[in-house]
Design a protein around this ligand. Structure first.
Ligand SMILES: Cc1ncc(COP(=O)(O)O)c(C=O)c1O
Length: 395
């Protein structure tokens, strides 16, 4: 075999989203793209805010000499300073540019963090259902993922998390607003986890990091607020991306922010900067880094996603689907009416509706719907959902 056994195995195991994507292409060729309702991908349908294009045009018309050259691996100091200032304002915690490392999106940021802190066999706790790439990212750096399920309403089970912590635990990855559930963890949860990890750090006499993966932080609904880890836990590391809040997933821009109270902070920053380089990212895209200082108060309108969520949530619950109502992000994670979630998603595929089985996120018996699509796709999918709700006598 030309490719490694491990990669071959991962492709076989983790191919749910890819499988749906490929099925979608075939169905679209067969029936025309207007007749296939693809709710499988988290690719935002919204265009970036107007300020993005304005800043881009301005920069292109007045190029800064040297703006396409190599730069320090942590990114432009000015961009880091501006981002630190924004976070300080929001969290009321004093940060400076040296607490920020610019990255190629959240995916790169997570790999940079894990590369920097993990020794072989170190354990990293992840909470199911989880963003499917976490297992692979942890494996990339010879760590061991420890999967802890959430409660049936997808809130965190602190007792189960406590039971999973060992002398080898190096970190936990938290993702709120959550992909795939849309759940946002509240201040009490942050405090309970912080208390737990502070105690465990003392017990095992080493640092344990809370890595908070926050690409959906600004996509929250109603009066929901995402708390700040920096107000709760000393060894917290935030991973952010502008893939969702500025609708720029193709531009690969994000950052790591480190709590100013993290231990051995200058070592940590040196490690992160070095890892950014040796993982081959070198630095985050220069063009995007030059634009971000002009976009600190810009964000796509989360109300657009909230309206799509409310519509689909209401339609599906009326059909009898059981769903924990999302508070942010752009996913629904309903229960499958039959135990075998992959069989159910196959049935939806027959109705030309594409969703991803829950087992792709470590939680069987559910399926994920991405509603970051045109309204016509959401409306077109209702027929298939209805047909199966009738088949399984859901109301
Ligand atoms: C929870 C979560 N983390 C990380 C990422 C990766 O984001 P990026 O495109 O910025 O690498 C995604 C993308 O969908 C995500 O949903």
């Amino acid at each position: 075999m030309t490719i490694s056994k491990k990669i071959h195995k991962f492709i076989e195991q983790g191919g749910w989203i890819r499988k749906m994507f490929e099925s979608g292409i075939i169905l679209k060729q067969q029936y025309g793209s207007d007749n296939v309702f693809d709710l499988s991908l988290g690719n935002p349908v919204i265009e970036p805010p107007a300020e993005f294009h304005e800043a881009l045009l301005k920069l292109a018309s007045n190029p800064i000499p040297g703006m396409h050259r190599y730069m320090p691996n942590a990114g432009y100091q000015n961009t880091r300073d501006v981002i630190a200032k924004s976070i300080s304002k929001e969290s009321q915690i004093d940060l400076n540019g040296n607490h920020i490392i610019m990255t190629c999106g959240a995916a790169a940021a997570l790999n940079v963090v894990l590369k920097t802190i993990i020794d072989p066999e170190d354990e990293v706790i992840i909470l199911s259902p989880f963003f499917v790439e976490y297992e692979y990212y942890i494996d990339n750096h010879a760590g061991k993922p420890i999967i802890v399920p959430t409660k049936s309403d997808f809130t965190l089970d602190i007792d189960l998390i406590e039971a999973a912590i060992t002398s080898k635990t190096k970190a936990i990855i938290i993702n709120s607003p959550n992909n795939p559930t849309g759940i946002v963890y509240n201040e009490e949860t942050y405090q309970a986890l912080s208390d737990l990890f502070s105690t465990k750090q003392q017990q095992y006499n080493h640092d344990i990091y809370i890595i908070s993966d926050e690409p959906y932080r600004k996509i929250v609904f109603g009066d929901i607020i995402c708390p700040h880890w920096f107000n709760h836990y000393e060894n917290s590391i935030i991973v952010h991306s502008h893939a969702k809040d500025l609708a720029l997933p193709g531009e690969r821009i994000g950052y790591i922010a480190i709590s100013p109270t993290a231990s051995e902070i200058s070592n940590l920053l040196d490690g992160l900067t070095f890892s950014n380089r040796i993982l081959g990212f070198v630095n985050a895209p220069a063009l995007m880094q030059n634009l971000l200082p002009h976009l600190q108060s810009s964000v796509i309108d989360p109300g657009i996603y909230e309206a799509k969520m409310n519509f689909l949530y209401s339609e599906l619950t009326q059909m009898g689907y059981q769903i924990a109502k999302p508070q942010g992000a752009f996913y629904l994670f309903p229960q499958s009416p039959i135990k075998d979630d992959s069989a159910f998603t196959e049935e939806l595929l027959q109705e030309k509706v594409l969703v991803v089985p829950g087992r792709g996120f470590g939680t069987e018996g559910h399926f994920r719907i991405s509603y970051c699509v045109d309204d016509a796709v959401i409306e077109g999918s209702l027929h298939g959902f209805k047909k199966l709700s009738e088949k399984y006598h859901m109301v």
